[in-house]
Design a protein around this ligand. Structure first.
Ligand SMILES: Nc1nc2c(c(=O)[nH]1)N[C@@H](CNc1ccc(C(=O)N[C@@H](CCC(=O)N[C@@H](CCC(=O)N[C@@H](CCC(=O)O)C(=O)O)C(=O)O)C(=O)O)cc1)CN2
Ligand code: MET
Ligand SMILES: [Zn+2]
Length: 787
């Protein structure tokens, strides 16, 4: 920058949802993918959604509007395209064909890996970078969005993934030598960012936001050097917009001084999940009066670090649906403004993008008014940001007190409105009773072998079968009162019979009922447990066109009556083969809900564990021989900083065992994890003490099967051999290759044959073809004659 940086308006948000208030983008994408509409139609929907978003944010009075937060699939994938990092195997067709082939696979090519975005339920596409990836700027998307907004008379700030996070979250191309890391390509990537910044400057763009959330996780000193180098270099470009580097999901720790020493004009801090010591530490599980942790910056130094910078203060949570305690947020802003000193400029913002919350509470008229009073969705949060900015501007300097714990509002009363919460059962010590202990695995394995009589390499699935349009429509009609309970139940029973008959016919060994009664594996349980509220339209994007409506856990959790037993009974009555009881685990139910923040997360999870434990006992009593308790979010809820991870894994595992340890030796407990980098938590998976674990591995190169990762894992393991997130049907040969890899590290009586996740997003046609090949591969490897 040559001249003084432009002033950053006093309020902004880091990002906004893009799926559409009524999931318009979801429908447009799926119709385009199915060939029911054209790419031009899809682009039209995109344009309309972007226009609506900008007008809405502007109408709410927000100071600075972001652009580029829209995506047809994912922002990491968009960044790969921006940098020209499209692997050769996806090229050859049109740009959009390449884009969606990377996201979803296409004829003859598997998609890029997809994995969890930090500790959220959003999933990103993992770019592939090799030593000879040739980077080349393709600035069409950021430029056209800036121009588009101008057509509506609005100036925007392009939002991009920063170069360091982009490379840290990318994977090495398969052909890269073992010692190669994508970050090795930083210098080349920076060249492309420089070119982009020049183009944006030429376009008249004043500010650019570069997201660097990877800096809130543990970083080596070499990586911090990369941060200094990257922003030193971008900062010294003569012709460029002002740079705003955003961090979120935690605190920057050592990365803050590194970043602050570079010429970037603005730094974004997440004061909800991270915070500065004594300022604002209201993240669930973190006491408000907690002292600074190692690596955190004592308040006094802040002024030096931030002198002359704009500080974008994320005080309104982008991760939960609670209203912000205005008094407390304002106190944090005032303290920050005083500590940062007169030479800094404080901007009010959300803690992260609003991508992770639903659009608008006004679309949710049916919520219990007592719960509703305490809620804020994206648009309400924007109003809070705008209001806080006005309050901050009106407050004279020197008002900032550094809260030390005394005088801060306890989290329980943080959310506005009269919100007395139910008496806390955990306070009575109820949830702290020790869980029963199961017999050693070897004893159980023998009892189960006797009870179940399964062949080697047993074939099973993860639980859900295709969710047909007919079922969804019936559920919608049931909710609207157009269909009665009995007719709906008949439909579900018929669908269960269909799934069971299909599995019997194909020759699977352990069957499932197919989960047709569930709208979602978390929401369904929330609907049947006390203490949760659910929404009609509170959709949040999970990946691509897929969304969930995270339930709102606001009170104490209890299971008033059995939830799944009648469906399990029905399914088992149709076959002699064992049918798995199917439950969602306590960690996952909590991870994929918006949860109360007035008691420690651990206590919330334990309450849910006890409710699921009741269901396990009832299923067993109903004669169910195999019970699966899914924990796909076990890895996701793990704290981002290593120092916090051990304690988390300990209580997460304890919660799982509370839920499952009531089962007798002869009952086989299964668990399932997906998109979880399972290889990183093999110890915890082992400690879950499930008899069988099925995991995602089709799309992550089966890393868990490395001799080193698997270590002395003692129990049954089903490495997913069919990537269900792609419409592709795997061949028998491919499946055999994957199984042989498992058989190199595990004995045949402990290897299971299964897809890598539930089949609900697939069609019956795809599923039938894939399961046929799965059974054929298992039989071939068992040495059976093909039937
Ligand atoms: N909560 C959660 N998180 C998860 C997963 C998961 O399964 N659940 N899986 C992993 C991957 N993420 C996923 C997230 C969503 C979906 C998914 O399939 N979602 C469905 C919606 C599921 C649902 O809630 N369905 C409801 C509502 C269906 C619906 O759209 N109804 C129509 C009306 C009915 C009609 O006429 O079609 C409407 O509301 O407009 C139901 O079946 O009842 C979708 O986006 O399409 C899959 C994977 C990780 N995180
Ligand atoms: C995201 S894990 C999904 C597990 C669930 N039992 C299913 O098959 O859909
Ligand atoms: Zn799964």
């Amino acid at each position: 920058m040559t001249a003084r940086p432009p002033t950053f308006p006093t309020s902004t948000v880091l990002g906004y949802p893009r799926i559409g208030p009524n999931r318009e983008l979801k429908r447009a994408l799926e119709s385009y993918w199915d060939g029911r509409s054209t790419y031009q139609d899809l682009q039209g929907t995109g344009r309309r959604l972007r226009e609506e978003t900008w007008r809405r944010l502007d109408g709410l009075g927000l100071g600075a509007l972001p652009s580029g937060t829209f995506s047809f699939y994912d922002q990491m994938l968009d960044t790969a395209v921006l940098l020209g990092a499209v692997p050769d195997r996806y090229r050859g067709g049109t740009d959009e064909e390449a884009y969606f082939a990377m996201a979803r696979g296409a004829e003859g090519v598997t998609p890029l890996r997809m994995t969890k975005w930090f500790d959220t339920n959003y999933h990103y596409i993992v770019p592939e970078i090799g030593p000879d990836t040739s980077f080349r700027l393709d600035a069409a998307k950021p430029l056209s969005e800036v121009r588009e907004a101008r057509e509506h008379g609005l100036e925007t700030r392009p939002v991009l993934i920063g170069p360091v996070t982009f490379l840290l979250l990318s994977q090495a191309a398969p052909s890269a030598p073992a010692e190669f890391a994508p970050l090795d390509r930083l210098a080349d990537v920076l060249g492309v960012y420089e070119e982009l910044l020049r183009e944006l400057a030429a376009e008249g763009v004043e500010w650019v936001q570069l997201d660097e959330p990877a800096l809130v996780t543990d970083r080596t000193s070499a990586e911090l050097d990369a941060v200094r180098a990257a922003y030193g270099r971008l900062g010294s470009l003569p012709e460029r917009p002002a740079l705003f580097v955003a961090s979120y999901f935690g605190d920057l720790g050592d990365a803050l001084p590194a970043l602050a020493a570079t010429p970037v004009e603005a730094i974004g801090l997440d004061l909800v999940a991270g915070g500065l010591p004594g300022l604002y530490a209201a993240t669930p599980g973190r006491p408000t009066d907690e002292a600074a942790r190692p690596g955190e910056i004592p308040g006094k130094l802040l002024g030096k670090l931030l002198a002359g910078k704009t500080v974008v203060a994320g005080v309104v949570s982008g991760r939960d649906v609670w209203r912000t305690d205005q008094e407390r947020a304002l106190a944090a802003l005032l303290a920050l403004r005083d500590q940062a000193g007169p030479a800094a400029h404080v901007v009010v913002s959300t803690s992260c993008s609003l991508l992770h919350v639903p659009y608008d509470l006004d679309l949710e008229p049916g919520l219990d008014p007592d719960v509703r009073r305490r809620l804020a969705f994206a648009d309400q949060k924007i109003a809070e940001v705008v209001e806080l900015a006005a309050l901050l501007a009106a407050a004279p300097a020197g008002q900032g007190t550094t809260p030390t714990g005394q005088g801060t509002t306890p989290a329980a009363t943080r959310t506005a409105g009269p919100a007395p919460r139910p008496a806390l059962e955990h306070a009575s010590g109820h949830t702290l009773q020790p869980a029963p202990v199961r017999s050693p695995y070897a004893v159980r394995a023998a009892a189960q072998a006797e009870h179940l009589r399964l062949p080697p390499l047993p074939v099973t699935t993860i639980g859900s079968f295709p969710q047909t349009g007919e079922l969804r429509e019936a559920r919608a009609r049931l909710a609207a009162g157009e269909l009665d309970e009995a007719a709906y139940d008949d439909l579900v029973r018929a669908e269960i019979a269909r799934a069971v008959a299909l599995q019997e016919g194909l020759g699977l060994d352990v069957l499932v009922h197919g989960e047709p009664e569930r709208n979602d594996m978390v929401q369904y349980f929330a609907e049947h447990l006390d203490g949760f509220a659910v929404t009609r339209n509170g959709w949040v994007q999970s990946y691509g066109s897929r969304c969930t409506r995270p339930p709102i856990l606001f009170g104490d959790v209890r299971r008033p009556e059995p939830i799944t037993v009648r469906w399990a009974r029905h399914a088992q009555s149709l076959t002699d083969k064992p049918v798995k009881g199917m439950l969602t685990g306590p960690v996952t139910i909590v991870a994929w809900s918006f949860v109360r923040d007035d008691i420690p997360l651990r206590d919330v999870v334990f309450q849910v564990a006890d409710a699921i434990g009741d269901e396990v006992r009832d299923l067993e009593a109903a004669g169910v021989r195999v019970i699966q308790v899914d924990e796909p979010a076990l890895r996701e809820l793990m704290p981002l900083r290593r120092e916090d991870q051990g304690a988390y894994l300990e209580w997460a595992v304890a919660a799982y065992r509370r839920a499952t340890s009531g089962a007798g030796d002869h009952t086989q407990i299964h668990t399932h994890l997906c998109y979880s980098d399972a290889d990183q938590i093999v110890g915890a998976i082992d400690a879950l003490d499930a008899d069988v674990t099925t995991i995602e591995s089709a799309r992550s190169g089966a890393r868990i099967l490395d001799e080193e990762a698997i270590g002395d894992f003692e129990r049954g393991l089903g490495p997913g051999v069919y990537d269900i997130h792609s419409p592709r049907v795997p061949s028998t040969w491919e499946i055999e290759v994957a199984l042989k890899a498992a058989l190199r590290v595990l004995p045949a009586d402990r290897v299971w044959v299964n897809p890598d996740c539930g089949l609900k997003t697939r069609t019956y046609e795809q599923v039938e073809a894939a399961l046929t090949n799965l059974v054929a591969a298992a039989r071939h490897l068992r040495g059976d004659q093909p039937s």
